[in-house]
Design a protein around this ligand. Structure first.
Ligand SMILES: Cc1cc2nc3c(=O)[nH]c(=O)nc-3n(C[C@H](O)[C@H](O)[C@H](O)COP(=O)(O)O)c2cc1C
Ligand code: SF4
Ligand code: SF4
Length: 449
């Protein structure tokens, strides 16, 4: 049976599922309820300087039937008194000594950092997370992402914290930067014990077409907010991979951004995270989602023979390469399973207008099922991605598997194409219809063969 316990940079937790610093961790009431439901840890809503919040605060991107596919906020750090938060941290730790309680912190001066680190420790926190990510409001006051975007400043503040910290220190990074490894390296050089990422991505989720103001609207005006939820997971996964693969960083990673299911969590873990943090999914569905997450993770680990989380961490990293290291001889071609095909022709339209005109129609009104024109299929995947029927279009390997050559190997051997007619150039033999064919009805050549 899989063991979900983790020891993250010295912070012990019954499972790798933590609540991210955000509204679900605003109070001891919520965190006790979450631990009772099964969450392993919680990063307290960021403690720091006094703030004033606005109303409204949240906006979202609803995509078709999915509400809150992307979520954004213009909220600041906690607006509850520091003393109340510290007292409640103490209470939670007394009631749940084996769960992880991490104090997220954000202040300005060295003296303030020293004081708040000691306060968080005295309250019994298991660790500290430095919030260098908030992309609105706090950055205008020189904190949050204003620090996360300046590796030298970030390193200095981490050093201030490390002067007094006796418990593990996690640095939470902002994704609003070109190269995430620069602040990650700075955190390492400053002496941090771990990294968490990502905080929210600077965004405008939409504009009210009547009042001409961005959402969320505050008295007829708006501002850029921080984007999160399912929409940001691909960006967060890539940044997690970048930090995990960088040989100079070498710190435990807590993965954040769009985690909603056990599968999302496993993806972060396979890319190098050893815990995950969740905000939007809990704001949407509540603490109860943890039951499915834990069960799913346990079952996945059992099915793969993983006994501990550590055994899974970074398992996908050796397979994440640079483009130049991919096998140029590997070739797949789309294949339609006629028995499953419902004749919607979405694949035809996608390939015809958005890819390589490699899907043909029979031209017979009684037969709506398309066919693949193999000579023109470049194996791009598009048709299989748009097809609404599971496993109806599959990508079938069509090279013989005997050859392996990468662009790097070719360029090192000076074996690169110099003209488009070159035998070594890709895409040869893949025909393109004549421009005027576009105006003919029905379309020739590939429209019914
Ligand atoms: C309303 C809201 C408030 C947040 N407040 C904080 C905060 O105080 N401190 C912090 O470090 N991150 C804060 N975050 C960012 C989250 O901790 C998290 O990094 C981000 O939402 C990505 O995770 P998700 O996709 O699971 O939401 C906040 C996010 C939201 C939506
Ligand atoms: S894989 Fe790409 S090129 Fe081939 S049929 Fe599908 S959409 Fe067209
Ligand atoms: S998208 Fe799938 S189901 Fe629709 S016609 Fe193409 S193969 Fe058939």
């Amino acid at each position: 049976m899989a063991n979900l316990e983790v020891n993250f940079a010295g912070i012990k937790s019954p499972n790798p599922f933590w609540l991210a610093s955000a509204p679900p961790t605003n109070s001891g009431y919520q965190i006790m309820k979450a631990f009772d439901a099964g969450w392993g840890g919680a990063v307290w809503k960021t403690l720091g300087v006094p703030v004033v919040n606005v109303s409204s605060r949240y906006g979202s991107v609803n995509y078709r039937d999915t509400r809150m596919m992307g979520f954004n906020n213009i909220e600041l750090i906690t607006d509850r008194p520091l003393a109340d938060n510290l007292r409640e941290i103490e209470e939670v730790k007394k009631r749940f000594p084996d769960h992880a309680v991490i104090a997220s912190l954000m202040v300005e001066s060295k003296a303030e950092w020293h004081q708040i680190v000691k306060d968080a420790e005295n309250a019994g926190s298991d660790g500290i997370e430095l919030n260098f990510g908030c992309p609105h409001g706090m950055c205008e006051r020189g904190m949050g992402s204003a620090v996360g975007q300046e590796p030298a400043v970030l390193k200095t503040i981490v050093e201030w914290v490390m002067e007094v910290a006796k418990i593990p220190v996690i640095v939470k990074l902002t994704p609003n930067i070109t190269d995430i490894t620069r602040p990650a390296l700075a955190a390492r050089q400053g002496g941090a014990d771990a990294i968490s990422l990502i905080n929210t991505i600077q965004s405008i989720v939409g504009i009210d077409l009547d009042s001409f103001a961005p959402y969320p609207v505050v008295d007829g005006k708006g501002t850029n907010g921080g984007y999160c939820g399912p929409a940001v997971k691909p960006i967060a996964l890539n940044m997690t991979k970048n930090v995990a693969q960088h040989p100079g960083v070498g710190l435990p990673i807590s993965g954040i951004g769009g985690v909603e299911t056990w599968r999302d969590a496993v993806e972060f873990i396979l890319l190098g995270a050893s815990t995950v943090q969740v905000c939007t999914a809990v704001m949407h569905y509540g603490f109860g989602i943890i039951r499915e997450m834990k069960k799913g993770l346990e079952e996945y680990m059992d099915s793969k023979g993983f006994e501990t989380i550590d055994q899974m961490v970074g398992k996908a990293l050796p397979n994440v390469k640079h483009w130049e290291d991919l096998n140029l001889h590997y070739k797949v071609t789309a294949s339609i399973n006629e028995d499953k095909c419902i004749g919607c022709q979405l694949c035809y339209t996608a390939c015809e207008d958005g890819a390589h005109q490699a899907i043909g129609l029979s031209g017979d009104a009684g037969n709506r099922k398309p066919h693949i024109i193999e000579e023109n299929c470049v194996g791009c995947n598009l048709c299989s991605l748009v097809c609404p029927v599971e496993d109806c279009i599959t990508m079938v390997r069509t090279d013989d598997g005997t050859k392996h050559k990468t662009w790097k190997e070719r360029s090192d051997a000076n074996d690169i194409p110099v003209t488009f007619n070159d035998e070594k150039a890709g895409g040869r033999g893949h025909w393109v219809p004549e421009p005027l064919d576009a105006l003919k009805t029905p379309k020739p050549k590939h429209y019914g063969v």
